[in-house]
Write a protein that binds this ligand. Structure first.
Ligand code: MIC
Ligand code: SF4
Length: 647
C-alpha cells in the first residue's frame, strides 16, 4: 500500500508507538523554535528541567512579538532570551530580524524534517514540506531536553488542487479563506491537511506557506505541501539548495478524506468580524467604508506579496480617510524592498511603515479607532484582539487590502481601475544573516540575565482526589485563547510574570474573573464550562498556566482544541468532556460541582460522576488521556514528570 507524505515523514522519525490513525506515537524532532512571547516561559521551563544544552539538532529563539518596549520589560525579556540561547546552545534571532515563521521558512525550514514551534502558526513551514507543528512552551522545552515529541496520529485530509489562480486578483490568501468558509474553524481538528494535485505546481513556496500558515485557523494539527521543483528553486534562491530533497506521496497513497478544489474557481474572499471562518466573497460587501488597512504578518509577508502591494500603490495616494500600516515579515524582505526603492513607493503613497514584527496583528500598536473598520492581510480577527473591543476586523489578501486603501472602501478587486503586475519570487534573495547569532560551544558559564519582571514558572499542587468547586464561568463554542488570556500592549509584556498576567484572565469576557477566582482558591478553586473547540487559536500556554495559578481545577467542555488541551494537561488541569450535550445545557454558572475518586477514575475507565450540588443531580463526564498524560497529570504536570524522567 502506498504512503502519503505524513506517513513517510512520521515513519522516518518514529521513536516509539505504532503508526496508526488515533494512536499516540513518539517522534524525534529535528528543529524547535520559540518566539519571545511564549519563549520566556519555554526557556525558564528548559532551565528548570536542568539540562546543560539543547539536545535537538537545531533550536532557534526569535524575537518578534514583544517589540513595543514601552517600558523595561520587553527589552529585559530580549536579553534573557539572548543569554539563555547562548547558555543552552540555540540560534538567536535579534529584534529587527522579523517574524519567526517567515524567517524560519527563509533560513532554516527544510523538506522532510519535523519542526516544532511555540506558536500556532508554525505550520507555515508546511509550505516547504516540513512537518511543522505548533506546541505549548513546556512541550517544546521537554523536546529540547531530549524527549521525543508525543502526538496522536491525526487523520490525513487530502486537499487536491487543480487549475490555476485568476491572478492578479486572486491570491493564496483567497485559497485558505475559501477553505475556512468550507470547513470552519473546527473543520481541521484532529487532522493534517496534505496538499496535492496538479494545481500545486502553480503555487510558489511563499504562497503555499500562506495556505499552511492559516491552516492553523482550521484547527488542524498542521498542513503540508510536497517538495518539488518549486521547492528547489526557493531553496536555491535562499542559497540552501543542499537542504532540498524530493518529497511526494505515492501514487496509490491512501487518505482519510479528500477535498477537490479548482483554483480557477476561487474568487477574492474576505473574513468578516469576528471569526476567520466568517468568510464571504469580497464583492458581497463592496461599498463598505474602511478606516484602517494593515498589510503584513506571518501570513502575507513575502517579497512577492509586498512587491505586489508596492506596485499597486506606486504613484498613487491612499484615501484621505484611511490609515495604511505595513509590517513586512522579515528583514530579508524589508531590505530587498528598500534596495529596490519599493519602500519609497509605499511611503510616498502614504503608508506608515512598521518594523518587521507582529505589531498590530497581536494588538502591539496600530489599534483601530472606536467601532472602526480595519481590513488586514493577517490571520485572526477575534473580537478585541486588535486592542479595540468594538473594532470590526476583516481579513483579506494583500492585493485586496492595497486596493481598499486607495479606494477608502471595499471594492471587488476585479473592478479595480489600476494596473496590478504579476510578481514572482526572485531568483536570488538577498542573504544577510547578520542578526542571527549562531550557538557557540563554549558557553556553559554564560550568565542568564533575568530582569525584575521575570518570575519562576508556577506549578500546580499535586492532583486532588476530590474536587469540590464552583463553576465560575460557563462559555459557548469556539472560545479562543485570546478570550482566556488576552494579548495586546498592556498584557503581552507580562508574559514572563504569571502572578501579574493572571490579573487579566478572561478580562474581556468577565472583568471580575481573576478577583473571584482568587477568592475561591482557598475554598477549593474553580471550574470552567466550555462548548465545542474550547481554547482554539494560539499556542500560548499562559491560557492554561494563569487560570491554573488562579485555582482552576477542571475544564468541562464539549470538545477541546489540540494545543490548549495539551497545555492544560501539561500544567495539571484535567480536561473533561461532557458525555451528553444535555448536561452541557443544564449546568449553570455558579453551580457547585463535586467530583470524587479522581485518581482511581483516571487509572480506570476515565469516567467520572459529577454531582451538581446546587441543582441536585448527577451527570457523567470523561477524560480521554493517554498513558503518559494520565501519569503526568497524577505527578502534577509535565515539568515534574520530565525532571523525573531525565534524572
Ligand atoms: C497569535 O497569533 O495568537 C500568537 C500571538 O502568535 C500566538 C502565540 C502567543 O500568544 O504568544 C500563537 O499563535 O500561538
Ligand atoms: Fe505574529 Fe500575528 Fe503571526 Fe501570531 S499570527 S505569529 S501575532 S504575525
Amino acid at each position: 500500500m502506498g504512503k502519503n507524505l505524513i506517513e513517510k515523514i512520521l515513519e522516518s522519525h518514529l521513536s516509539y508507538g505504532e503508526l496508526k490513525t488515533g494512536n499516540t506515537i513518539g517522534v524525534n524532532v529535528d528543529q524547535v523554535y520559540t518566539q519571545d512571547a511564549t519563549g520566556t516561559m519555554t526557556w525558564l521551563e528548559f532551565e528548570a528541567i536542568g539540562i546543560d544544552k539543547v539536545k535537538v539538532p537545531l533550536a532557534v529563539s526569535y524575537i518578534d512579538h514583544n517589540m513595543l518596549q514601552s517600558n523595561f520589560m520587553n527589552a529585559d525579556d530580549h536579553i534573557f532570551l539572548q543569554t539563555a540561547a547562548e547558555r543552552f546552545g540555540a540560534f538567536f534571532s535579534k529584534p529587527g530580524n522579523g517574524i519567526c515563521h517567515q524567517i524560519h521558512l527563509e533560513r532554516f525550514a527544510a523538506p522532510g524534517k519535523i519542526a516544532l514551534g511555540t506558536d500556532s502558526h508554525t505550520p507555515t513551514g508546511g509550505g516547504i514540506g516540513t512537518l511543522s507543528i505548533g506546541v505549548g512552551g513546556l512541550e517544546a522545552a521537554t523536546v529540547m531536553a531530549g524527549l521525543p515529541f508525543e502526538v496522536v496520529v491525526p487523520e490525513v485530509l487530502h486537499v487536491r488542487l487543480k487549475g490555476a489562480l485568476k491572478r492578479p486578483y486572486v491570491t493564496a490568501m483567497d485559497v485558505i479563506l475559501t477553505l475556512l468558509k468550507l470547513l470552519s474553524v473546527k473543520g481541521g481538528v484532529g487532522k493534517i491537511l496534505e496538499y496535492g494535485g496538479s494545481g500545486i505546481e502553480t503555487l510558489n513556496i511563499t504562497e503555499r506557506a500562506t495556505i499552511t500558515n492559516m491552516g492553523a485557523e482550521l484547527g488542524a494539527t498542521t498542513s503540508i505541501f510536497p517538495s518539488d521543483m518549486k521547492t528547489l528553486s526557493f531553496l536555491k534562491a535562499e542559497g540552501r539548495e543542499k537542504d532540498w530533497i524530493e518529497l511526494k506521496a505515492d501514487d496509490d497513497a491512501e487518505y482519510d478524506d479528500i477535498i477537490n478544489i479548482d483554483l480557477s474557481s476561487i474568487e477574492p474572499m474576505i473574513a468578516q468580524p469576528h471569526s476567520p471562518d466568517n468568510v464571504i466573497p469580497v464583492k458581497d460587501i463592496a461599498g463598505l467604508k474602511v478606516n484602517q488597512i494593515c498589510i503584513g504578518s506571518c501570513t502575507n509577508s513575502s517579497y512577492q506579496a509586498m512587491k505586489t502591494v508596492a506596485s499597486i500603490l506606486k504613484g498613487k495616494t491612499i484615501h484621505k480617510n484611511v490609515n495604511l500600516l505595513i509590517n513586512p515579515g522579515s528583514k530579508q524582505v524589508y531590505e530587498m524592498l528598500a534596495r529596490e526603492g519599493l519602500i519609497a513607493e509605499m511611503i510616498a503613497a502614504g503608508a506608515r511603515m512598521l518594523e518587521a514584527s507582529c505589531g498590530p496583528c497581536i494588538g502591539m500598536g496600530g489599534a483601530p479607532g472606536s467601532s472602526h473598520v480595519s481590513v488586514r492581510s493577517y490571520n485572526r480577527n477575534f473580537k478585541g484582539r486588535s486592542g479595540t473591543k468594538d473594532a470590526l476586523i476583516y481579513l483579506a489578501s494583500p492585493v485586496s487590502c492595497a486596493i481598499f486603501s486607495l479606494k477608502g472602501k471595499i471594492i471587488n478587486p476585479e473592478d479595480f481601475d489600476g494596473e496590478i503586475p504579476i510578481i514572482n519570487e526572485p531568483e536570488l534573495f538577498t542573504i544577510n544573516d547578520n542578526l542571527i547569532i549562531p550557538p557557540s560551544k563554549t558557553t556553559i558559564d554564560t550568565k542568564i540575565v533575568k530582569g525584575p519582571n521575570i518570575k519562576d514558572v508556577p506549578l500546580k499542587e499535586p492532583l486532588r482526589d476530590r474536587i469540590e468547586a464552583e463553576i465560575l464561568l460557563k462559555l459557548g463554542n469556539n472560545i479562543t485563547t485570546d478570550d482566556i488570556m488576552p494579548a495586546g500592549s498592556q498584557v503581552l509584556p507580562l508574559r514572563s510574570n504569571i502572578p501579574a498576567i493572571s490579573e487579566f484572565v478572561f478580562k474581556n469576557i468577565d472583568i471580575t474573573f481573576s478577583q473571584r477566582a482568587k477568592e475561591l482558591k482557598e475554598k477549593g478553586g474553580c471550574i470552567i464550562i466550555g462548548g465545542d473547540n474550547y481554547g482554539q487559536g494560539s499556542s500560548r500556554e499562559h491560557a492554561a498556566i494563569a487560570p491554573m495559578y488562579l485555582g482552576l481545577q477542571v475544564v468541562i467542555a464539549k470538545s477541546f482544541a489540540r494545543i490548549h488541551r495539551a497545555n492544560l494537561i501539561n500544567f495539571g488541569v484535567i480536561p473533561l468532556l461532557f458525555v451528553s450535550e444535555q448536561d452541557y445545557l443544564k449546568v449553570e454558572q455558579g453551580d457547585q460541582l463535586l467530583i470524587e475518586h479522581i485518581i482511581n477514575g483516571l487509572k480506570g475507565n476515565q469516567r467520572f460522576k459529577v454531582q451538581n450540588k446546587t441543582q441536585g443531580y448527577i451527570f457523567e463526564a470523561y477524560s480521554n488521556l493517554n498513558e503518559k498524560e494520565k501519569d503526568l497529570i497524577i505527578k502534577g504536570g509535565l515539568l515534574p514528570y520530565t525532571k523525573a524522567k531525565i534524572e
